[in-house]
Design a protein around this ligand. Structure first.
Ligand SMILES: Nc1nc2c(ncn2[C@@H]2O[C@H](COP(=O)(O)OP(=O)(O)OP(=O)(O)O)[C@@H](O)[C@H]2O)c(=O)[nH]1
Ligand SMILES: [Mg+2]
Length: 321
């Protein structure tokens, strides 16, 4: 490990792999606690941009089951793995449990695995930002890769694109009409398709359907998402699924897309942070700062329109300076 002596204690504990410190730092990020700033800032130079693999898809298709199976496979191969479940029912805090969904198996005796659920309350963008920063903490803590589960709720899944280096869209045979709806959104984010529950009838048909769909959108020289059939019940296809994920990760390196993608994501992260901060500050100042209150008064009185007021508030046109 690179010398961690100069780091603030909370950050040092994270990079030294202290689980409780890691859990506390993630909670600070999740709760928007100001103590997160110093930790995130201190650990950032130590992050390596590890693979973050997102699993998304409709309720109950077997995302958690697949992640459990992959964790076993990866641990058997000596890789260390962190799992983040973006979960509205937050299974670790006793939230309501839907049907017979699978929980992540406790592996208290194994330091090479870390499970964490993040409540998906608040805006999708907020969840995405917290998940991104949590992945960064896990990266700094030395994990080889992060697996993220999101429920197929649309916005959060699309936001996962901003975090994951590889997105796996999980489906099952006989989704019927649901597949048609999904095609609009989820399908655009897939780097790998997984048809889970392939022990059920109709799996081959579902794979053929998907293959036709993929062929429609495929472009010469670009990544074309492979379609992998799996059954966690019969432990089939899990190796192949991971092989497909690794193939995409290799493609990212070979094509230069990893660097380009990271650059794009960081730019969008910075813009998002500025938007949040400037927005909060302006909201407060529009009522609190006398010169800006006057501007708002004029808009209310119809002597200025909102766009003209916004123009005057642009950083390059600060009215108060
Ligand atoms: N037949 C069959 N059932 C499966 C398979 N994988 C998972 N299941 C079952 O499907 C149900 C849901 O599995 P989960 O892993 O919780 O699915 P999920 O997508 O994580 O569910 P949510 O997080 O609630 O969206 C459970 O009852 C599993 O036992 C499979 O390969 N075949
Ligand atoms: Mg699940």
């Amino acid at each position: 490990m690179k010398g961690s002596g100069k780091l603030p204690p909370a950050a040092r504990a994270v990079v030294e792999g202290d689980r409780r410190a890691l859990a506390r730092a993630i909670s600070a990020v999740e709760n928007g606690d100001p103590s997160a700033d110093a930790i995130l800032s201190a650990i950032y130079p130590r992050t390596r941009s590890i693979p973050v693999v997102g699993f998304t898809g409709p309720l109950g298709v077997g995302k958690s089951s697949l992640i459990n199976a992959l964790v076993s496979l990866l641990r058997a191969r000596g890789r260390t793995v962190a799992v983040i479940a973006v979960d509205p029912s937050s299974p670790f805090s006793g939230g309501s449990v839907l049907g017979d969904r699978i929980r992540f198996e406790g592996r208290a005796d194994d330091d090479g695995v870390f499970f964490r659920s993040m409540a998906s309350r608040g805006a999708a963008g907020g969840v995405a930002a917290a998940t991104l920063e949590a992945s960064r903490l896990l990266d700094a803590a030395g994990f080889d890769l992060v697996l993220v589960e999101t429920v197929g709720s649309g916005q959060v899944d699309v936001a996962i694109r901003e975090i994951a280096s590889t997105s796996v869209v999980v489906l099952v045979p006989h989704l019927g009409d649901e597949v048609q709806t999904l095609k609009a959104g989820l399908f655009e984010i897939a780097d790998v398709f997984c048809v889970n529950k392939s022990d059920l009838p109709g799996a081959d048909l579902a794979k053929r359907d998907l293959a036709e769909f993929v062929a429609l959108g495929s472009t010469e020289g670009r990544w074309s998402p492979p379609i992998v059939g799996t059954s966690t019940l019969e432990t089939k296809g899990v190796d192949e699924l991971w092989t497909a994920v690794e193939a995409h990760e290799s493609y990212l390196d070979a094509s230069g897309e990893r660097r380009a993608g990271e650059r794009r994501r960081l730019a969008s992260e910075i813009v998002g942070l500025v938007r949040d901060r400037v927005g909060q500050e302006l909201t407060a100042r529009l009522e609190g700062d006398p010169s800006l209150r006057g501007l708002l008064d004029r808009v209310v009185a119809r002597s200025l329109d909102p766009r003209a007021a916004a123009d005057r508030l642009r950083p390059s046109a600060r009215p108060s300076r």
